[in-house]
Ligand binder design. Structure first.
Ligand code: NAP
Ligand code: MG
Length: 403
């Protein structure tokens, strides 16, 4: 077979530990044999981040702005243990945080559905994508423990010294208070990323807050979404045959449970934190969850939702066999290749992405899978494969398509 051509490189962000091992096998077994793969390579492995004082992470994010599409391997976020393990010059920041700050994006997480790994909620026929706002609210709060009776106030002082003041509470005894904030700029970026991604996926977008109780804070989120939708996206949504739907968060939760799935659910920061864990565990496995960072300008960075699978990596280093699931990492590649194909009008590349995803799904549905899935599948007597053999089985399924 003649290899599929690419015209623009993908920004390739290599990573750490077990996922770095999988990364190479995926490229060798599933990509290079089929595609004339063009990438601009950035090594985000911790050793090289340390060597470049983390400049490589910044460069990779800038390259994503230049080319529009990136694919990222899971990376270590350093903590004290990692500083000594890798003799780091300093405790470098989370690469995902750095990239997100540069691209100003929102992360969308979607479960990969296969027959035999059924969601706990039986009416969920399609995946549910969670979009979590990644700035502010309780994650950037200030809190005070009130020791005894006294008045707590909320004060804003403008540059000219003028003030807006509200009484929070007149305490008669000890208590607690909390101050939260968000910015119009960040909420606007969040809204645009959500609308952009809904159009991209041709899926309905839901958004929910508690605006009936939080009449200024949450209501501002609601208003910003509605204004941006009406001004910039309404006609595009109509043309795509999709809708934007706002409701109260408790109503949204009830509707999600009764739904068939197949939509994007935009959540404020805390709601997204909690709901994404509910959705991902209800759908089965973190190893079957993809993640894409979408900037308001429409730059895309695809990755797996899980980490570097450290425990398996240490087994691997010990010469023991591992059974690490590569599906979410493969889907990061297919997501990026499909998007590249779409932007560059390369239908063959888009079809390849579809075929590779189907090869993954077919392999699992035929009973060949990694250990994490074998533990939860409804398929009887599954064949448990090691990390490399699982990818080789996917290759066999893919080769059948191109035979
Ligand atoms: P993890 O890599 O997500 O793995 C946690 C556990 O989940 C694993 O030990 C394994 O369970 C299971 N698991 C996750 N992915 C799997 C897969 N593909 N196949 C099979 N099992 C899988 O989280 P972690 O071990 O807490 O974190 C390791 C490193 O990843 C940390 O340094 C963290 O900073 C980093 N991290 C990076 C990202 C990112 O780059 N986006 C995200 C999260 C964490 P068993 O051990 O029971 O088999
Ligand atoms: Mg969480």
């Amino acid at each position: 077979m003649e290899k599929i051509k690419m015209t623009t490189p993908l920004v390739e962000m290599d990573g750490d530990e077990m996922t770095r091992i999988l990364w190479k096998i995926i490229k060798d077994e599933l990509l290079h044999p089929f595609i004339d793969l063009k990438t601009e390579y950035y090594d985000l492995g911790l050793a090289y981040r340390n060597e470049t004082d983390d400049q490589v992470t910044i460069d990779s994010a800038e390259a994503t702005k230049k080319y529009g599409v990136a694919v990222k391997c899971a990376t270590i976020t350093p903590n004290a243990a990692r500083v000594s393990e890798y003799s780091l010059k300093e405790m470098w920041k989370s690469p995902n945080g750095t990239i997100r700050a540069i691209l100003d994006g929102t992360v969308f997480r979607t479960p990969i559905k296969v027959k035999g790994i059924e969601p706990c909620v039986s009416n969920w026929e399609q995946p549910i994508t969670i979009a979590r706002h990644a700035y502010g609210d309780v994650y950037k709060n200030v809190e005070i423990k009130i020791p005894e009776a006294g008045k707590a106030e909320l004060v804003y002082t403008a540059k000219d010294g003028s003030q807006i003041k509200e009484t929070i509470f007149d305490f008669e005894g000890p208590g607690i208070i909390q101050g939260q904030h968000n910015t119009v700029k960040s909420i606007e970026s969040f809204a645009r990323s959500c609308f952009t991604y809904a159009l991209d996926q041709k899926q309905e977008l839901w958004f929910a807050t508690k605006d009936t109780i939080s009449k200024k804070y949450d209501h501002t989120f609601k208003d910003i979404f509605q204004e941006i939708f009406d001004k910039e996206y309404k006609e595009k949504f109509e043309a795509a045959g999709i809708t934007y739907f706002y409701t109260l968060i408790d109503d949204a939760v009830a509707r999600v449970m009764k739904s068939k799935g197949g939509f994007i659910w935009a959540c404020k920061n805390y709601d997204g934190d909690v709901m994404s864990d509910m959705i991902s565990s209800a759908f089965g496995s973190l190893a079957m969850m993809t993640s894409v960072l979408v900037s308001p300008e429409g730059y895309y960075e695809y990755e797996a939702a899980h980490g570097t699978v450290q425990r398996h990596y240490y087994k691997h280093l010990n010469g023991e066999e591992t059974s690490t699931n590569s599906v979410a990492t493969i889907f990061a590649w297919t997501g990026a290749l499909r998007k590249r194909g779409e932007l560059d009008s390369l239908p063959e590349l888009m079809t390849f992405a579809d075929n590779l995803e189907k090869a993954c799904v077919d392999t699992i549905e035929s009973g060949r899978m990694t250990k994490d899935l074998a533990l939860i599948t409804q398929i009887e007597n599954p064949t448990v494969l090691n990390s490399e053999d699982f990818i080789k089985e996917i290759r066999k399924s893919l080769e059948k398509v191109y035979a």
